[in-house]
Structure formats: structure tokens, C-alpha cells
Write a new protein. Sequence first.
Lengths: 184, 381
Amino acid sequence: MALVDRISGALDSGPGGVILTSVDALINWARGQSLWAFPMGTACCAMELIAASFSKFDFDRMGTFPRPDPRHTDVMILAGTITEKMRPAVRRLYEQMPDPKWVVAMGNCTVSGGIFYYDTYSVVRGADEFLPVDVYVAGCPPRPESLQDAIIQLRRLVAEESIAPGRRHEQTTTLPRPKAGGDR
Amino acid sequence: MAVSVESRNLVSAPDGGSREELVVNVGPSHPSTHGVGRVIVHLDGDIVVKAEPVIGYLHRGIEKMAENRTYLQVVPLTDRLDYVGSMYANWAYCRAVERLAGIAVPERAEYLRVIVCELQRIASHMMGIGASAADTGAFTFFIYAFDQRERIIELFERLCGARLTYNYVRPGGVSFDAPQGWTQDVLAFTKAFRAAAADLDRLFFGNVIARGRMKGIGVLSADDAVAWGASGPTARASGVNWDLRKHDPYSVYPRMDFDVVVGERGDAYDRGRCRLLECVESCRIIDQAISQMHPGPVRTEGLPRLLQPRPGEAYDHIESARGSLGVYLVSDGSVRPYRMHVRSPAFCNLALLPLLAEGHTLSDLVVVLGSLDPVFGEVDR
């Protein structure tokens, strides 16, 4: 319904960018409906990630389907603590994902280090130290509903996408990114 | 990243010729490594010559962190050790603290601990056999098993408000008494689960494909199980009758009537089926615990928030879903533990992987790893 409204509105607004805008709307609508997820489950949050995709909560009805191959996916769900030893592997998997791609930081460990912020020597304090995180989900672990809400929030970012040059999501994302980590 | 060929080199074969050995990297992000495990596999064709597990991808330094926390503050950290069975690490740690500080636990709290830990055993085994079934291609079974787990998680949520990291068992008791109607719902669950377990048994362990994939794979002899320090269903499937609930009884387990499930062949099939049959025994324990439980306090009265045990050391262990889970604590008389060490059954069982995978194909390595049911939070700590 929303798509139909937007296309008819764009057609009414006259020539000049009309085609481009409606293609954007069409593509972004399609993208937002089927955000395939790469489940980067490293620790406890992976259990809730599995729960979110199984019978009771059922990710599939939102078009989010976990694929274990990064090359098939649009959004990387970072579920669990990332250690210094794991960091290069996560970075490499992110780089293997095709553009456009998004990152959801699920759980306090990937938001800021969480319970492992203090007194430990091996944990990366927040995934945004080395990845461009788009949506943060707080909780230790977050409930599956929170993760589903994150996907709904992510659709807002997807709607800002454009196939026009220079408007890739890396440059146009305007949502504030809180700086987690502080002094190390 | 998931599976990549690292190198090819010619090695001399026993018959005097030479063969090409492939070195393949599996993990640390792989759908069948049950976490962030990594295995470097040396292959001759498709046959595993050597499998080297590489651990440490989830080393969070929990044992070191415990030295900077008070005794009560360590309990949430133990939740994150074995995140499939958080209650066990809670309980093992609290038993060590209680032994160290000489705290007596009210009877009702002991019964509640037994009930939640047996429920947790079912939840953990459902995850374990479900994930290993998914490794053999039986994803439907995973969903059925996870459905049972979800029902237990709902019961836990009503009990302590958390779905995964419970922080429920505390030194000197448990955090909350069971809410009204909770025990009835637990009884309803165990009744329903017995029927579901029969279905699950038929659905997966009676399936000809599952039998073909798992029977005779990764055979562990009883001698090897003892020599390598295996425990839990991994050891019991090999015929080692060793269950701490029976052979080093703790809490109120001596009052319970239950059987230890012991396998015969020690292969992946027996390990999986032992887990499922253990769940039915857990139902028996839960039913007895609820019928024996009386109203009363669930926390020791007058316990200071800042525990300060006398200098000394304490070790206590319980039977977790994966085996003998022990916690060793040293006190120097301050409010913080001087040292905490966790004897992790998942770590000891994972050490069996090179032994069990040798001579099988690469696809059977996945079955062997799944049948050991490692949780890397506990392996790496």
C-alpha cells in the first residue's frame, strides 16, 4: 500500500528524477521485505537469535532468514561477545558480504562490551570499534522481540538507500552513532 | 571463511609412496561448529587424518574477572560460562561458596535448585541433540526439540524474569520462590514432555537416515572415556556408569529415585540417544521433587551481602548437562575470591575430537563434534 502511494505521488510530481525515485522506492521496498541475515552468533545472544528465528517468534514472517553464508546476506547480526581473537574473522566475514549491507549489534557485548567492559583483557569493547554498526539492540541478552524490532528499525535505514551515485548508505546514514568505549 | 583449503602438501605414506594431504580450515564461523570453534583438519581424500581443535575464540577471562568481583557479583558471570545451561554454573559456583563460607541452605531452596537444574538439563539436551540433528540435515527435528526448550524458557522466565541468563541460584539459596501455580505448570510440562520425548525418539533416532549417519561414527571406548576425562552423556554413552547425582550425591538427590542412562556402543548415535533418555529421567526427578517439597524459606536468613569467608580453598562439583562441572575457589580472607577456576566438562569432552574424528570423513567430523555437544563459552571461559 505504502509503495503504491509513493509511486503515484512521485508520478504526480512531474518529470525530472521521477523514474529514479520510483526505482529507489521499488528497490528499497523489496530490500526491506527480505533482509537476509548472516547470524554472526559468537556467544550467549546466539541462543536468542536462534529462538527469534524458530517457531514461537518466527523471523521468517518478516522476511528475515538466517543464511550461514555471508555472500547471500544483507544484514549481519552480531550476536555475542567479540574477542580480540575473533575480531579479524568477523571483519573478514563482513567484507565478504555484498553491498549494500547493514550491521545489527545485538546485545550489550557488541554495543559496548557490556558486562565484559571492565577487568578483562580479551574482549572488544563494542563492535563499532571496527564495523559500521547501524542498529544497536541493548540487553544481556535482548529478547527475541527486541531483535525483531531492530529489523523494523533497520527498514527505516533501508528506505534511505538510493541507486544514484554518491548516495550509498555509508554516506547518507544520519542516525546518531553513540560512541561506546571511551578511554581504553 | 567457513571452510577453506589452507594448503596441499605431499606426505610420505606408510606403503613407501606419497599421497597428497589437504589441510582444511573449518570455522571459527561455521554453521556446524556449535559456536566459535575452529578445527584444522588434515585430509587424505575425504578421510580425516588429523583434526586439531583451535579454541580461545570466546575467551573472555571470566576466571580473572571473578578476582575483581565480590562473591555475590560473580554469580552473573557464571551465567555466561555455559550459556545453554546457565543454572548449572550458578549452582556449582554457589556450592563452592557455600562450602567455603560454611553456609547452610534451606531445604526448599535445594528442591527448587534441583527442579530448575533438571529443567535446564532438558532444555540443554534439546538444544544439544537438536543442533546435532541439524548437522545431519534433520532440521525439522531441531525445530521440534527447540519448541520443548522454549516451553522451559517460559517457565524460567516466570520464575526469575530472565530467558537465558538467570542469576537464579545465589549463595545461601535462590533469588525467588516459585510463583503461584508454577509447580503445577512444571508438572503439566513434564507430563507433556514424556509424550513429546517418545515422538522425538521416533522422529529422529528411529529415522533410517539418522541411524545411517550416526551409528558407528566416533566410537569412544570406555577406557578412553575414563583416560581422557570425559564425563556426562559423552562418557555414559560408552558404558561408563558415572553420574555425580548418583555416585557423589549432593543436595537432595539421595532422596530421588532415578536411573542413570548408560549406553553400549559409545558412538554418536548412543551419545545423542542417551541425552534424550536422560531427559525422561529428569522428568521423574522433577515430579518427585515437587511432591516432596514443603513451603518454607528459600534464602538463608541473616546472610551478609558482602561475604567474607575465612582464608582457605573449596572445590565442589555438580552433574551438569555436559558432565562434571566443578568450581574451585581460593579465599584470602577478603571480600573477593583470590582465585576461581572452573573445571569445564565441555572442554574435556572437546579434547576427544581428534581421537574420535580420525578415520572418518569430513562430513562425519561434523556429526562427531555435534555429538560431543560443546558450548564454547564454557570451553574458553
